[in-house]
Design a protein around this ligand. Structure first.
Ligand code: SAH
Ligand code: SF4
Length: 363
C-alpha cells in the first residue's frame, strides 16, 4: 500500500523551468504573461482560444511568447469504456503521474467527474482510492485540463446541453482548496468555458474549517458531504478521519453554511450491507438532517478488491430511501461504469493487470 507522501505546494502554472502553462491561468494571469509584448486584447483572444474554442494548436499562442508559454494540456494515457457508455480516462500529468477522469452521459445530461489530488490521504475503509495514499495535490491547470480534455473528446458545449462537473474523482478536494477554487473560477468564466456556477459540485469527507472557508469564497462549488453514518463511533470506524471532525459539529457547520438562493447541501450516504443500512439508521439520518436545506444521495456500495463490505440488496436500499423520503428529498445513485472500475470509490488506476481491456490510448 502506498502511504501518504507530502503534497506538492500550490504549484501555480509553471513547470519545466521558466515555461508557463496557459491551462490553469485566469484572464488576469494571461494578461500578465503577455504584458511585455502584447495588449490586453490579445490576452482575451488567447483566453477565448484556450477555454472557449479549446483550440489546442500551438499557433494559437502569440508568436513572441511561444518560447515562454505552452498550453499545458494533459495527455490521455488510456481509456476504458463501460457497457453503460461511461468512459474512464487515465490522464497523465507533466511529471508522469496519472489520475482518473470519468465521463457519464444520460438523457440530456452529461457529467464529468474530475480528480483533485493524485490518490487520497483520507482513509475511508470502503473506498479503493484510499489504498493509494496521497501522492500530491493537482494544480488548478491539471483540474481544468481534465475537463477540457473530456469536453474536446465528446464535443461538449455547456450552453446547449446540461453539463455538470463533480469533484468526486481521486482526492479530498478540501485538502486542495486554493487550486480547486481557482479551477472553478476559470470554469465559470463566461468568456471561456462558460459553466454555470451551480453546475459544479464538490464532495468532501467533512473537513470542518475548510467547509467554513469554502462558504466564504465568492465563486465556489456546491457542497456535498460524505455522511455515511449516523452513529459517531461507527462513522469513526469506517471513516477514521472523523475522529477529528465530529458529526454534531459537522452538521452545525452545515446549518450555518451560507447557501445561495435555491441552493441546498447534498449528503452522500454509501450503503454498506448490514453495517449502516437498517431502518433505525435511516431514521437517525432523517433526524440529524432536521433544519438543514438538504438532499440525500444514497450510494449502494460499489465493491472492489480488498474492500471488506457488501452491497445491500435492492429492497433494503429502497426501504432506506422510503424512510428518508418522509422528511427529505432522497435519490439513489445508479452505479455507473462498475465493470470498468469507474463508479464512486473505485478509482485506483485499475488497469489491464486487473483484467480490463483498454481501448484507444493515445500515443
Ligand atoms: N473524497 C471526496 C470525493 C471523492 S469520493 C469524498 O469522499 O467526498 C466521492 C463519493 O464516493 C463519496 O460520496 C464517497 O462516499 C463515495 N464512495 C467512496 N467509496 C465508495 C464505494 N466503494 N462505493 C460507493 N461509493 C463510494
Ligand atoms: Fe478519499 Fe473520498 Fe475515498 Fe474517503 S471516500 S478515501 S475522502 S476519495
Amino acid at each position: 500500500m502506498t502511504r501518504a507522501v507530502p503534497s506538492r505546494p500550490c504549484a501555480g502554472n509553471r513547470h519545466n523551468g521558466n515555461v508557463g502553462e496557459l491551462i490553469g491561468m485566469e484572464l488576469a494571469d494571461m494578461e500578465a504573461a503577455l504584458a511585455p509584448h502584447y495588449r490586453k486584447f490579445h490576452a482575451r483572444k488567447l483566453f477565448d482560444a484556450v477555454y472557449a474554442q479549446r483550440d489546442f494548436d500551438a499557433e494559437a499562442i502569440p508568436e513572441k511568447v511561444r518560447g515562454e508559454l505552452t498550453l499545458g494540456a494533459l495527455r490521455e494515457a488510456g481509456r476504458y469504456v463501460s457497457s453503460d457508455g461511461t468512459v474512464r480516462y487515465l490522464m497523465e500529468l507533466a511529471d508522469g503521474k496519472t489520475v482518473e477522469t470519468v465521463f457519464m452521459t444520460e438523457g440530456s445530461r452529461d457529467t464529468i467527474c474530475v480528480s483533485s489530488q493524485v490518490g487520497c490521504p483520507v482513509d475511508c475503509k470502503f473506498c479503493l482510492t484510499a489504498l493509494m495514499g496521497l501522492e500530491r495535490n493537482l494544480t488548478a491547470g491539471e483540474i481544468v485540463g481534465q475537463v477540457l480534455h473530456v469536453m474536446r473528446e465528446h464535443g461538449l458545449k455547456p450552453k446547449s446541453r446540461t453539463m455538470n462537473i463533480v469533484l468526486m474523482g481521486q482526492g479530498e478536494p478540501l485538502m486542495n482548496l486554493d487550486n480547486v477554487l481557482k479551477a472553478t473560477r476559470i470554469l465559470v468564466d463566461q468568456r471561456g468555458v462558460g459553466m454555470g456556477e451551480r453546475r459544479i459540485c464538490l464532495s468532501t469527507s467533512g473537513l470542518i474549517p475548510k467547509i467554513e472557508e469554502l462558504g466564504q469564497a465568492e465563486v465556489r462549488q456546491r457542497l456535498a458531504i460524505c455522511l455515511n453514518d449516523s452513529h459517531e463511533a461507527q462513522r469513526q470506524e469506517i471513516m477514521p478521519i472523523t475522529k477529528k471532525w465530529h458529526l454534531a459539529e459537522l452538521l452545525e457547520t452545515c446549518r450555518r453554511f451560507p447557501l445561495k438562493p435555491k441552493e441546498h447541501i447534498f449528503f452522500e450516504y454509501v450503503l454498506l450491507g448490514g453495517v449502516n443500512d437498517s431502518d433505525e439508521d435511516a431514521e437517525r439520518v432523517a433526524k440529524l438532517l432536521e433544519g438543514i436545506t438538504a438532499k440525500v444521495n444514497l450510494i449502494p456500495l460499489n465493491p472492489g478488491p480488498g474492500i471488506p463490505y457488501e452491497t445491500p440488496a435492492p429492497e433494503r436500499v429502497e426501504r432506506f430511501q422510503r424512510i428518508l423520503m418522509r422528511s427529505v428529498l432522497c435519490y439513489v445513485r445508479k452505479p455507473r461504469g462498475r465493470d470498468i472500475y469507474a463508479a464512486c470509490g473505485q478509482l485506483k488506476r485499475m488497469s489491464e493487470q486487473e483484467g480490463l481491456v483498454q481501448i484507444g490510448a493515445q500515443a
